[in-house]
Each structure stands twice: as structure tokens, then as C-alpha cells.
Design a protein around this ligand. Structure first.
Ligand code: AMP
Length: 183
């Protein structure tokens, strides 16, 4: 199963992804998690990404594309994967298609979790992460709207977009995801 999880920060992608990966035994590839690990280790990547992340901005496409390309070559991705937080721009989506087609693979479903901004602000208040201050949350929502939502049209056009109402109980949401991906 080759999935992309798509939605604004705080939409619940991480939580739903956890359930899916444990039920389907596929790895979750979260570029946000990989970048946060690099920041806390103080690697070269972390030094470049850290200030951008703290400001709620996107990290340059080349950096995240490189991370994902390497990660997809790992043996645990053989039977599938769930991409969480990638792609976030059209160039990233195009790069992903290229990398996958070289590997003889393709994305089967793009799961879009839809949650109104107001609900997101409420949810993020309780999370307490360094990049979760109200200003950074707003910036990340703006960046999502400007740079990432155009991807919806891109994936709708190729028939891969599965729109999910991200407001409700965890089980309800998980149920609608499973239904939409036919699993
Ligand atoms: P996330 O945990 O997915 O919300 O990501 C946290 C932060 O990491 C984002 O606000 C960006 O600064 C950076 N980031 C994660 N994934 C990407 C990506 N695909 N493209 C650019 N920046 C990213």
C-alpha cells in the first residue's frame, strides 16, 4: 500500500497514520519527524532546517526530496509506505512521481484530512511543541494554504485524492479513511 497523508498541521495526520501503519505493517515516513531528529542531533541538515521550521516556513525542496528519496530505498519500504507531511509543494510531488516510477511504484491514494482553521488552533494549544506557538501555527496554516493546497487539485486531476472529514472521533475518522482507500 502506497499512501500519502495530506492535511494542515494539527489535522491529526500523525495519529491516524499510526493506526494505519500498525494495521497494515508499513513504515511511516514523516519528513517533519526526520527533520526534528536532525535538529536535535545538530547535524548539518538540522542546522539548515531548524530556523525555517521554528519560523513555520518550508525547508527547501532539494533537502526534503533528498531525504525521502534515500528513505524510500530502505528495505522496509518494499511492501509499501505512508508518507506523512510530504509532498508539500508541486515540485516535491513531481520529484516523488519520478523517484517512484524509477522504482516501478506509484502512489495509490492521497488521503486529505480536512479540518477548519479554528479547530486546528484549538488542538494546537494543547500540543506544546517548539514550533507550535500561535504565531508559528498561523504561519504554517498560511504556508499550507499557499504552497501545499494546490497539490489537492494536482492529485484530484489524476484521480488519487480521497477527501476525509477530519472532525469527529478518532475511530470515525479512521473508519472513513479505511473506507475511502478500500481497505
Ligand atoms: P510537520 O511535522 O510535517 O508539520 O513538519 C514540521 C516542519 O518541518 C514544517 O513546518 C516545515 O518547516 C518542515 N517540513 C516538514 N516536511 C516538509 C516538506 N515536505 N517540505 C518542506 N518543509 C517540510
Amino acid at each position: 500500500m502506497h499512501l500519502v497523508f495530506f492535511g494542515p498541521p494539527g489535522a491529526g495526520k500523525g495519529t491516524q497514520a499510526q493506526k494505519l501503519i500498525s494495521d497494515f505493517k508499513i513504515p511511516q515516513i514523516s519528513t517533519g519527524d526526520i527533520l526534528r531528529a536532525a535538529v536535535s542531533k545538530g547535524t548539518e541538515l538540522g542546522k539548515q532546517a531548524g530556523p525555517l521550521m521554528a519560523a513555520g516556513k518550508l525547508v527547501p525542496d532539494e533537502l526534503v526530496i533528498g531525504i525521502v528519496e534515500e528513505r524510500l530505498k530502505e528495505p522496509d519500504c518494499k511492501t509499501g509506505f505512508l508518507l506523512d507531511g510530504f509532498p508539500r509543494t508541486i515540485p516535491q510531488a513531481e520529484a516523488l512521481d519520478k523517484v517512484l516510477s524509477k522504482m516501478g511504484k506509484k502512489i495509490e491514494h492521497v488521503v486529505s484530512l480536512e479540518v477548519p482553521d479554528q479547530v486546528i488552533h484549538e488542538r494546537m494549544k494543547g500540543r506544546g511543541r517548539a514550533d507550535d506557538s500561535p504565531e508559528t501555527v498561523q504561519k504554517r496554516l498560511d504556508v499550507f494554504r499557499e504552497q501545499t493546497s494546490p497539490l489537492k487539485a494536482h492529485y484530484a486531476k489524476v484521480g488519487l485524492l480521497r477527501t476525509i472529514n477530519g472532525v469527529g472521533s478518532l475511530d470515525e475518522i479512521y473508519g472513513s479513511i479505511r473506507k475511502q482507500i478500500g481497505a
